[in-house]
Design a protein. Sequence first.
Length: 87
Amino acid sequence: MATRASIETLIANCEDALRFASDQYQESSLQEHYNGENYTQALQQLESAYNELAKMAQSANGQQREQLHRMRLQLQQAQNQMMLHDH
């Protein structure tokens, strides 16, 4: 079973990835294609966070799985938004 602390740490890491992705998304809107490296790094962080959530969900209880699922949806939404963005 996943500990409360490990879930909280993972959620915090996901929130950091989401913030970085949001910053890079906004930056790419201003700089167009000149921000490609950071944009790619943001996508990689989102993917990494998503994979960590999937692993953690395997050992989580029902309430924790629901919390992780909501975060996973946010990560997917950010990934989709960035992929569809014409930067």
